[in-house]
Design a protein around this ligand. Structure first.
Ligand code: ZN
Ligand code: ZN
Length: 281
């Protein structure tokens, strides 16, 4: 292990205390301390509840948060940001993917370490709520710390969002608020914010472990830490006809300091014909 980050403090743009889960991994792996930036409002940059639009793609959003963080603390150089998203698996639309990104950036040394963790099969669900009885099955044996709930109602073109429930009583109050709106249906689903979702916390820890690995991989061009996966290159040849499919054939590693790129072939040599647009249109 090298000493680039040892003994330093990275400030985290988070208002949901993600440092609690990421911090111990980076402390142990890099000797780096993570502290939350006081008063940072990450909800202004997009939330899962659908009440704020999310700008740009995920890496861009995570980098934006870092820039925003640095504006709050211009005398500090080291910042860490995280960005999570949930969307359908690109090849299996019924499978929900949770993608967790972490970016550690030293603004003075211009060193950026990126990391990610992907979970396919994240349990995502949504129930239509018209009466209290529709909610009851979801309250049985619920541990609000392991999987919190969010109730939302569409009113015109905006969402009314009820969250931060600690007990059944809180859900009941939110339900009564929803009924007062006179709107016919609300949606109930899991709260995906880290402090309200154990599964997501576990994925954040795995992303932090990836960050430690990537911080220990050095750029062949400029020697700085953080040489890591940037994207996948599509075109794995079909096992029957040999034409390129949409499946990845290589992973591209990139240094954000000097832009050095390296292609690394993936272990799969040919694609299942089920993914071939020619053999299986
Ligand atoms: Zn480099
Ligand atoms: Zn084919």
């Amino acid at each position: 292990m090298h000493d680039f980050f040892r003994g330093k403090t990275a400030w985290m743009a988070t208002m949901h205390h993600k440092e609690k889960w990421i911090g111990p991994v980076l402390e142990k792996g890099l000797g780096l301390t993570i502290k939350p930036i006081p008063g940072f409002d990450s909800d202004a940059l997009g939330t899962f509840a659908g009440d704020v639009e999310r700008p740009g793609n995920q890496w861009e959003t995570a980098l934006l948060k870092l820039d925003g963080a640095r504006e709050l603390m211009p005398d500090s150089d080291l910042f860490i940001g995280s960005e999570g998203a949930f969307f359908p698996h690109p090849e299996m639309p019924f499978v929900t993917r949770n993608l967790e990104l972490l970016i550690l950036k030293d603004f003075r040394e211009k060193v950026t370490v990126r990391a990610r963790h992907i979970e396919n099969g994240f349990p995502l669900w949504e129930s239509e709520i018209r009466q209290w009885a529709d909610i009851l099955p979801k309250l049985e044996n619920r541990n609000f710390d392991e999987e919190g709930l969010i109730l939302k109602v569409k009113s015109g073109d905006k969402w009314l969002v009820y969250k931060d429930f600690d007990r059944v009583e809180d859900v009941r109050k939110a339900y009564e608020e929803f009924k007062k709106t006179g709107l016919p249906v609300a949606l109930l689903g899991p709260d995906l914010r880290a402090h309200r979702n154990l599964r997501r916390r576990q994925n954040l820890v795995l992303a932090a472990e990836d960050l430690v690995r990537n911080a220990n991989r050095f750029c062949p061009g400029c020697g700085s830490p953080g040489f890591s996966s940037d994207h996948f290159q599509q075109g794995l040849p079909c096992g029957w006809c040999g034409l390129p499919t949409r499946l990845p054939k290589a992973e591209i590693f990139k240094c954000l300091r000097c832009q050095w790129e390296q292609e690394q072939a993936l272990p799969e040599k040919e694609a299942d014909p089920a993914f071939c647009d020619f053999c299986n249109p």
